[in-house]
Every structure is written in C-alpha cells, then in structure tokens.
Design a protein around this ligand. Structure first.
Ligand code: NAG
Ligand code: NAG
Length: 411
C-alpha cells in the first residue's frame, strides 16, 4: 500500500515536472510545394489527416507553425488559425525572427487573430516559439552550410521581451514561451541567456544529416539520444520539446544515411516510439513536404492520405540500447560539424516568405521546416550535425543525477 502510494506520488512528480502534456503533432509551413500560399482548406486537410492517421500511437492533434502571418499578406493572420479552430487542433505558434530588425507584423497578425477569434483561438494555443534555428544559422556550422541570415542571442531576447510586453493582460499572457533551434545551439555556452529567457527549449534533431558521425539508419537512435542528452544536460531543467525530427523516405544519400520508406519507418519506431511519443512534446517532420528546394522528402503520407507510407504501429522492442548515447559520445567529439542544417527551418512556411509578406524566399524560412532557400535545402538537417561536442558523457551523467536529486528533493 505504502509502496503503491509512493509510486503514484513519484509518477505524479515526474509528470508535473515534465511540462503539462506530451503533445503530438507535425510541422506546417505557410506555403505548398509550389510556393503558393496555403489557405484554410489546405490547413484543414492537413489537420484532419493528422488526426485520422491509421495505427498512429496517439492522436496527432497539435501543429507547429513558423509564422502568424498568412503567406504573401502584410499582416493578415495565417488561415491555419481558423482551420485549427474548426478541427480542434492545438497550436504551437511561431514568430520568424531572422533577417529582420522587428517583429511588428508578426505581433500585429497575432493581435488581429485574438480580436477576431477570442477564446476559441487562445484556448488552443499551447506555446509560442520566438524564432526558429536562428542561432544555428549564425553558428560556425550554419555559416559553413550557407544556411542564411540568423539572429544572435541578444536579438532573440529582445524579441521575447517585445512579445511579452505586447500580450500582457491578454488571453495569451500565460502562454509558455520557447525558442526552437538545432541541438548544438543549446549546448553552446554563448547562447545561455536564451535558455534563461524561455519557459521551454525546442530542439530540432536530424541524425540523417550528421555527417562524419556514422549516420546510417541503424545508428540513428544512438545519435539522437546523444544529442538529446547533451541538450538536457545544458538547459538547467527547462522542459524540452522536440520540435522537428524525421528521416526522409526519398532523396539521395547523405554521408552514410540512406533515404527510404523502410528507413523512415525504422526511424519512426526507434526515435518516435521508443523515445518521444507520449513522453516528450513532439512535432514530427513531417506530414507533408513543402520545400521544393529540398530533394529529400520527409512526408509520411502521399497527398495527405490517412494511410501512411508505412505502418505507424509502435513495436514493443527496440534496437537502441538504453544508455547507448553516453558511450562513445566522447569519441565523436568534434567530429565534424558539417552538416547541420535543417530542412524545415523556415518560418513562413515553406516559402520562406518572409515575415514581410513578400514571400520572398530567403528570409523567412519556410514554414514547414523545409526551408526555403536553397540553403537549407542543401544542407538540410536541422539539428544537428553540427558540432557534437564531446561533452555529452559528462553532461548526460550530470543531468540524470540532477533529475534524481530534484525528484527526491520534493519528497
Ligand atoms: C556559439 O554561439 C555563438 C552565438 O550564437 C556563435 O556566434 C558561435 O559561432 C557559436 N559557436 C559555434 C562553435 O558554432
Ligand atoms: C498526388 O497528387 C498529385 C496531384 O493531384 C498527383 O499527380 C499524384 O499522382 C498523387 N500521388 C499519389 C501517390 O497519389
């Protein structure tokens, strides 16, 4: 009896310290693969398919957006909001922050949405990400990869402050604020002030793009865990949301990584089922592709069919040994940071329209993760290849100790 009570308490403590809910969703850019704007019906079709996926290990009823602005408009609210209201889809909002000195249009679009839809809208908002992979684009790896214009920690912190100020006293005042970046941006000490400024940390991880680290599919679980553990050891207990991850079903090889439907399924099982679904808030990359410049295709369905390219059923046994991440982490140190980029980093949808509505390519990133520009596309991976620092071993060890200590401190 006593043991049962303790176990229940323990579970409760873990659950409450781990952030409210382990959301399941996909990423959604502002544009389609032909760079045309997505409208309400396009978003609604995505959200409906996501919720109806056959054999899904839960209900995918959340979505991560990259911008509040309808593609090619000045500051009209993105029509994803109405589609979300109609389909009861939870919204992880995003504000595009690279290549701009202000976020006025993003704030204006969001205010308009709040005025127009009120509580029906605000009740669906589960978080706000100020920026997407801006630190990565400004990092050494991002520069090597010609990932485009980024933004530094000071700029992100300024925008976080502006968002808070703009929505104080509104229904969005309590929305948990985060920032999304590649995993190695979070382990870079120069960016620590961003960690301090957010409520949760959004991580994009793509073992597929980890050049020079043995990125074959069978090693993907280990690479994922290593990066995830390094982040959790660096963020001082802030909740981690996995905001992009996936493996392409088609496209060309990337170092040892081979795109195929079979490998995409293996990745779904080994990373999604084993490590993320119903355990960590997760936004898979992706339900459908929208970056025409990325030859790697990450969509898990054809034309939004609810019958995916592979069976989504989760197995009960996995290949990746637990604790595998730590061993060997040190050896990969430094290994090249070649390629981190990510596929989906841009805000505006896939088009990359920027926040300023032009839709132009470069800046804003694409909404869906696919980034717009050539660049990202070329170097797609989001999270990470970059620098894997070698300190994961100690970091991971420290992190688990800290977690255990924290849990017991509550008793
Ligand atoms: C670490 O972050 C800073 C600031 O974002 C960046 O300028 C620097 O290039 C990063 N370091 C590496 C090794 O990428
Ligand atoms: C998806 O739709 C496009 C456009 O209607 C069509 O050309 C294509 O054949 C479809 N693909 C599949 C796999 O059904």
């Amino acid at each position: 009896m006593r043991a049962t009570t303790t176990a229940a308490l323990f579970a409760g403590v873990l659950a409450s310290s781990a952030s409210a809910e382990n959301y399941l969703g996909f990423n959604s850019g502002a544009t389609l693969a032909d760079r045309s704007a997505k409208f309400k019906k396009d978003f609604a079709a995505e959200f409906t398919t996501a919720q109806g996926l056959e054999n899904a290990p839960g209900t995918f009823n959340a979505v991560r957006l990259y911008t509040n602005i309808q593609a090619y408009s000045q500051d009209d609210p993105i029509q994803a909001f109405e589609a979300a209201i109609d389909t009861k889809t939870k919204l992880l909002l995003g504000i595009w922050t690279s290549g701009t000195d202000n976020i006025d249009k993003e704030l204006s679009a969001l205010k308009k949405a709040l005025d127009k839809y009120g509580k029906k809208f605000s009740d669906l908002v589960i978080g706000m990400s100020i920026g997407s992979e801006d630190l990565y684009r400004d990092s050494e790896t991002g520069v090597i990869n010609k990932a485009g214009i980024g933004a530094g920690p000071d700029v992100l912190i300024k925008f976080i402050g502006q968002f808070k100020k703009a929505f104080t006293g509104t229904a969005l005042a309590k929305v948990p604020i985060g920032h999304v970046d590649t995993w190695d941006a979070w382990t870079n000490g120069t960016n620590k002030a961003v960690i301090d400024a957010v409520d949760w940390v959004g991580v994009d991880e793509y073992p597929y793009y980890e050049t020079g680290k043995g990125n074959g599919i069978k090693n993907s679980g280990k690479l994922f865990d290593r990066a995830f553990d390094a982040v959790s050891g660096s963020v001082g207990g802030k909740p981690i949301w996995v905001t992009e991850t996936g493996w392409p079903a088609t496209g060309s090889k990337w170092d040892e990584a081979v795109p195929s439907i079979e490998n995409a399924q293996y990745y779904w099982q080994e990373i999604g089922c084993r490590k993320l679904f119903n355990k960590v808030p997760t936004f898979w990359y992706n339900l459908r592709d929208s970056n025409p410049d990325n030859e790697m295709k990450f969509a898990i369905t054809n034309n939004l069919s609810t019958k995916p390219l592979f069976d989504l059923t989760c197995p009960t046994k996995f290949d990746t040994p637990s604790g595998a991440a730590t061993s060997g982490a040190a050896s990969s140190t430094g290994a090249a940071s070649t390629g981190v980029s990510s596929p989906g980093s841009s805000p505006t949808g896939s088009t990359g329209g920027s926040s300023d509505s032009t839709g132009s390519t470069t800046d804003s990133g694409n909404g869906d993760g696919t980034s717009t520009g050539v660049t990202d596309a070329a170097t797609p991976s989001p999270s990470g290849n970059s620098a894997y620092v070698g300190k994961s071993l100690s970091v991971a060890a420290v992190a688990s100790l800290a977690l255990v200590a924290g849990v017991f401190a509550l008793f």
